[in-house]
Design a protein around this ligand. Structure first.
Ligand code: HEC
Ligand code: HEC
Length: 213
């Protein structure tokens, strides 16, 4: 009797699980299928997407799928990686251009999202208290814990390679990113980077972001 009840319960559970899998399968991309095309990316971003400072390629493991997709599309559309002097963006752009098939991109994004999100090792030092004060303006879009806010289009910063954060802030300031009028999100970020008026201010805010990991 007891066994029969249990049996029915687990059968009902299995049916629910299967229904869930089928509907998820209809919508979701195939992360497993994204593993093979990721091999190209691994050469610079690392086997687990952990980032590689020597290759100037940031951590992408666990990055929000919507943000990865938007950056790939920005590179493809020439909204990023085309500014004169943006050596690193120019390395990435042809890699994005190679992902032409929409399904392949879906799968690749799903695979990157599935990689273990291990916070990177800090390399930048700064005045965390001063950085916290400066971060107040950033929190409106990147979130109080720098975990990112999709509705603002602003990615997570906590746990990202700190040297990469420093470089991107400078890129915005120097017009190497957020330079195209069609780059809506880059245009939102560019004036925010200008609120950090010295190298020290940049290092301080990044040191604070490091403390949120
Ligand atoms: C030749 C080395 C190289 C390869 C291969 C490569 N990338 Fe990159 N990628 C970079 C560099 C360098 C940057 C940083 C560009 C910058 O500083 O603006 C970057 C940046 C990115 C970014 C932006 C991250 C952010 O936070 O803004 C994403 C997303 C990305 N790469 C995904 C990929 C994917 C997916 C692949 C494989 C299809 C790939 N990359 C292959 C070098 C590479
Ligand atoms: C008005 C909203 C807004 C505010 C405020 C803001 N940002 Fe951003 N930030 C964005 C958006 C949107 C992006 C993504 C741009 C894109 O898609 O290219 C971004 C991107 C970034 C990036 C690049 C991340 C990456 O992975 O490439 C860094 C670094 C960054 N912001 C730091 C900051 C800091 C530090 C502050 C505070 C001084 C700040 N942001 C304030 C909206 C904002």
């Amino acid at each position: 009797m007891r066994n029969r009840t249990l049996g029915r319960r687990s059968l009902a559970g299995l049916v629910c699980l299967l229904a869930g899998l089928v509907s998820a399968g209809a919508l979701a991309a195939d992360a497993a299928a994204g593993k093979a095309p990721y091999a190209v990316c691994a050469a610079c971003h690392g086997q687990q997407g952990e980032g590689n400072m020597a290759m100037n390629a940031p951590k992408i493991a666990g990055m929000e799928g919507w943000y990865v997709r938007r950056q790939i599309e920005a590179f493809q559309q020439g909204l990023r990686g085309t500014a004169n002097g943006d050596a690193y963006g120019m390395q990435m752009r042809p890699m994005a251009m190679a992902v032409t098939d929409p399904t392949a991109l879906d799968n690749l994004v799903a695979y990157i999202e599935s990689l273990p999100d291990v916070p990177s090792q800090p390399t930048i030092e700064g005045d965390v208290a001063a950085g916290q004060a400066a971060y107040a303006v950033c929190a409106a879009c990147h979130g109080p814990e720098a975990g990112g806010m999709e509705q603002m289009g602003a990615p997570a910063l906590a746990g990202q390679d700190d040297w990469y954060l420093v470089r991107q802030i400078k890129n915005y300031q120097q017009g190497l990113r957020g330079y195209d009028p069609k780059d809506i999100y880059g245009n939102q970020m560019k004036p925010m980077a200008s609120t950090l008026t010295s190298d020290k201010a940049i290092h301080d805010v990044v040191a604070y972001i490091n403390s949120l990991r």
